[in-house]
Design a protein around this ligand. Structure first.
Ligand code: NFS
Length: 595
């Protein structure tokens, strides 16, 4: 019968589905695509953990034993007197069960503050197995199944929570166990990191299972000798999109660019291989490679690209595959056309690698790790609040512009900004991830805090699956006490000012349902239904203590976030910002002045 379409003449579909049903149903379907992508990524990482435990792959080892033991304890496993591999094997089995769980709810739900758990239980959205929520959502959205818009949105919330507190959080935790816990480190960003006299290999996509092994393989003396024999001075790795963020956070591998720069990278004429796995890869890159010598190599069993060279990646043979791909890049180095070489000089220094654990340490000190100084900063008003600014680029808007405008407005108003994904890369390119930038761009209170501990005013916390780190950081803020006893009471807010992927819908939904007010641009594709819009932007407050908001202007959006932060501060009885801020709080006095 479809596609379902509502017009001025036809207020309902042939089956009677209203615009509200269709809008909610479409939103849920898109969200499931995003949640599935994150969670399937998580599953692959757990698979690699199982291989590391069995010792069947030389590429994977336990590089974060502390986190392994911490997580194992949390899952109720015995750790005393047991080796890492033995624990990892048992943990991997337990985690795989979380995906296919048929009974009960996700184990990670217990990590959330009590109030969030209560909120979810009250509207029956406590997530069960990750895969189950996705399948259930697909079933709900089939013709003639769920027609209640609010119920469809609750299905969306449950699936999103299964992503945020489940699939994505597991991906983050296990990546830390397998590839090591990120620590703050220096690196560089933008197309200027590509090198004319070296073999350039770009890793693009999302899963660290291959890219992390490529990092190791690129240091192989034999391969380096082969590169030199071809006339190259070395092998230069650089990343695009979130796989860039994964290997930046752990190895300091430079970032060539974010989502909208994937074609530009090829157009420098010096990319010998662009390695792609899954998610956010333009189909256009394979067409574009024909104009240059670049070889696009696809690797995933889930994603083939007509025109690309397909070298299928299996974790069991990770190192061999990585070496074969680097060899191809070395061979291809000699095929460059010098007339087409044009590397922009732009590059900026940055510091990345701020996980929840790291923030504990840098603020509290190695011997007294704690969030206390952060909570104190917020309590005294030196810091107004914390904002997460995340998500994609969208060619609807000038590249990076909305991210930059929003983040600058937030930090100059003493709001500390946490970032992931392409948004973090956008700000890195503008120099905002360098500690020195705080001097120039941050308000006085934030500047004092950054200066004292030597951190940037904009903290890069990782890839998009690492948005789960923002959930755990908020939970720690609650635990530390004094600024709200549940996430929805904290003076925090979230935003995705240029989102485009279905993953972003899932992220936004789990962030809102976890109690964080979130502004996005463009608006979710539901504006055809006033009712669904009202549910998301108003009614959700009653259920989750937070709502979505849609605002295109990045400065106005930043002000919505700051207003929200100020309201939360007032509710908690916290003082006004310690120092004068350009966007002043809306107190009665200020309102009188303004009028
Ligand atoms: Ni997130 Fe990362 Fe970038 Fe958007 Fe794509 S790379 S997972 S989806 S475009 S931030």
């Amino acid at each position: 019968m479809g596609p379902c379409r509502i017009t001025k003449k036809a207020k309902e579909g042939v089956c009677g589905a209203t615009v509200d049903t269709i809008a909610a149903r479409n939103l849920l379907r898109s969200l499931l695509g995003g949640g599935a992508a994150h969670s399937d990524h998580g599953r692959e990482i757990v698979h690699a953990l199982a291989l590391a435990a069995e010792g069947t792959s030389s590429a994977y080892k336990i590089r974060g034993p502390e986190k392994l033991r911490k997580l194992a304890e949390e899952y109720g496993l015995a750790i005393d007197g047991r080796g890492d591999e033995e624990i990892a094997r048992e943990l991997a089995d337990l985690l795989l069960v979380e995906f296919g769980k048929q009974k009960g709810t996700l184990a990670n739900v217990r990590r959330a503050p009590q109030q969030q758990q209560k909120n979810w239980a009250a509207v029956n959205v406590t997530p069960r197995g990750v895969d189950r929520e996705i399948v259930t959502g697909m079933h709900m959205t089939h013709i003639g199944v769920d027609n209640d818009p609010e119920h469809l949105l609750m299905g969306a919330v449950r699936a999103a929570l299964a992503d945020g507190w489940g699939g994505s959080m597991i991906a983050t935790d296990v990546s830390d166990i397998l590839f090591g816990q990120p620590r703050p480190l220096r690196s560089r960003v933008n197309l200027g990191v590509l090198k004319e006299d070296e073999v350039n290999l770009i890793v693009h996509g999302h899963e660290p299972t291959l890219s992390d092994v490529i990092v190791a393989a690129a240091q192989d003396p034999e391969l380096l000798a082969q590169a030199r024999a071809q006339g190259a001075k070395g092998i230069n790795l650089a990343g695009i999109c979130c796989t860039a963020n994964e290997i930046l956070m752990r190895h300091g591998v430079p970032v060539a660019g974010n989502f909208l720069q994937q074609e530009l990278a090829v157009m420098t004429g010096v990319v010998d291989v662009m390695l792609v796995d899954v998610q956010c890869v333009f189909p256009a890159v394979t067409e574009l490679q024909k104009c240059f010598h670049t070889k696009v190599i696809s690797t995933s069993t889930k994603a083939k690209f007509p025109g690309a060279t397909h070298i299928e990646f299996h974790e069991e043979k990770a190192m061999e595959t990585a070496q074969a791909i680097i060899r191809l890049a070395i061979e291809n180095f000699t095929h460059r056309d010098p007339a087409k070489v044009n590397i922009p000089s732009a590059q900026e220094p940055l510091v990345a690698g701020f996980t929840t654990e790291v923030v504990f340490e840098i603020l509290g000190g190695r011997y007294r790790p704690s969030f206390r100084p952060l909570n104190d900063g917020i309590q005294t008003g030196r810091l107004r609040g914390v904002a997460g600014v995340v998500g994609c680029n969208n060619p609807k808007f000038p590249h990076d512009e909305y991210h930059l405008a929003m983040v600058k407005e937030l930090i100059r108003n003493d709001v500390l900004v946490l970032q992931t994904g392409c948004s973090a890369i956008a700000c890195a390119k503008a120099g905002l991830l360098a500690p020195e930038a705080a001097e120039k761009h941050a308000g006085r209170g934030l500047r004092e805090i950054c200066g004292a501990v030597g951190m940037p005013a904009v903290l890069h916390v990782g890839s998009c699956v690492d948005n789960s780190r923002i959930l755990t950081a908020c939970t720690e803020l609650v635990k530390e006490g004094g600024i709200g006893d549940s996430i929805d009471k904290l003076p925090v807010a979230g935003a995705a000012p240029e989102w485009m992927s279905e993953k972003a819908i899932s992220i936004g939904m789990y962030v809102v349902a976890s109690g964080i007010f979130t502004v996005v641009n463009p608006a979710l594709p539901i504006l055809g239904s006033r009712y669904v819009e009202e549910l998301l932007t108003k009614t959700f407050e009653k259920h989750f203590g937070a709502t979505w908001a849609f605002e295109e202007d990045p400065i106005k959006a930043a002000h919505l976030m700051i207003d929200h932060i100020d309201r939360k501060r007032a509710d908690l009885g916290l003082p006004l910002p310690m120092y004068e801020v350009p966007y002043a709080p809306k107190t009665e006095q200020n309102d009188v002045k303004a009028s």
